[in-house]
Design a protein around this ligand. Structure first.
Ligand code: AMP
Length: 282
């Protein structure tokens, strides 16, 4: 496995490869969820590259950025074991040189709802870094996790805005969970065992809500939403930012009589000062 740290070394190494290139962007603190993206890319491409870069531009909270776990040695060992071909570990200066001008992306309403509402500027920061990495790497396929569903839709939009859709295929990989169902996340490292057990309420409530919708498509969404938020709080969460139903245009649906189909339920909640997100497909 080749590890490169500069844009020049990256360009040189990439110039030697032939065949489809799959790219998995990450912020490190790798777990089996990230590795499942590497495996998917390996199964669909001749060559797989992973990047590890904690992108300050996507953190709206300075403390969250400071606290973000950094485990580069174990990350590289995991990638080696997963037979990743190359890892790009740039410094901030490589990604954002002094003359770098951050573009602004017209993302529309998607950046004002759910994660966008609670993390102002977050999705602009995500688009800036992913667009920059795509410029440097020029992959054929880009692998993102369904765990960050809104992020997948945002990146799909960015690819369309940048006219990259025809050259880069976005591949969304299903959420990897632990044996009990908790979505794997780098933030789980900050959870006690007890908090991890309590956190199962997220996927359980999402599943209950989905079951209720499947049983009766005219069911009262506000009631499901309120019941779910109460259940999550009762399980020990300090706060629930949202538990919402979204349609195919990524609009939050409050009333089940709307014509557009519900495609997912998304939630974000905080336990032991750790903010977790999860979602379920309908
Ligand atoms: P991050 O390092 O958290 O920015 O995540 C890098 C990529 O891994 C993103 O595309 C995430 O959606 C994806 N990812 C994170 N957790 C999981 C998971 N549990 N299952 C599948 N993909 C994941």
């Amino acid at each position: 496995m080749k590890v490169v740290y500069t844009n020049e070394a990256l360009a040189l190494s990439l110039s030697n490869i032939q065949g489809d290139l799959g790219f998995v962007p990450t912020m490190g603190a790798l777990h089996d969820g990230h590795i499942s993206l590497i495996e998917k890319s390996r199964s669909e491409n001749k060559f797989t590259i992973c990047s590890i870069f904690v992108n300050q531009k996507q953190f709206n909270n300075a403390e969250d950025f400071e606290k973000y776990p950094k485990t580069i040695d174990t990350d590289l060992a995991k990638l080696e074991l997963a037979k990743c071909d190359m890892v790009f570990v740039p410094t901030n200066e490589q990604i954002y040189p002094a003359n770098f001008k951050a573009p602004y992306y017209e993302l529309g309403n998607i950046e004002n709802v759910l994660e966008g509402y609670y993390r102002p500027g977050h999705f602009q920061g995500v688009c800036i870094v992913v667009n920059r990495l795509l410029d440097l790497i020029k992959p054929n396929k880009l692998y993102l996790g369904r765990k960050d569903f809104q992020q997948c839709i945002v990146i799909q939009k960015m690819l369309a805005l940048q006219k990259l859709e025809a050259t880069i295929e976005l591949c969304i990989v299903r959420t990897k969970r632990d044996q009990f169902g908790l979505a794997l996340s780098s933030r789980n490292l900050r959870l006690s065992e007890a908090a991890k057990r309590k956190s199962l309420i997220l996927i359980n409530s999402l599943q209950h809500a989905k079951d209720a919708l499947n049983r009766d498509e005219n069911t009262d969404l506000t009631k499901i939403q309120n019941d779910s938020i109460n259940e999550i709080k009762k399980a020990g969460f300090e706060s629930v930012d949202y538990f919402d139903f979204i349609n195919e245009d990524f609009e939050v649906i409050k009333d089940n009589n709307e014509s557009k189909r519900i495609i997912a339920i998304l939630t974000a909640a905080t336990i032991d000062a750790v903010r977790l997100i999860d979602n379920i497909e309908i």
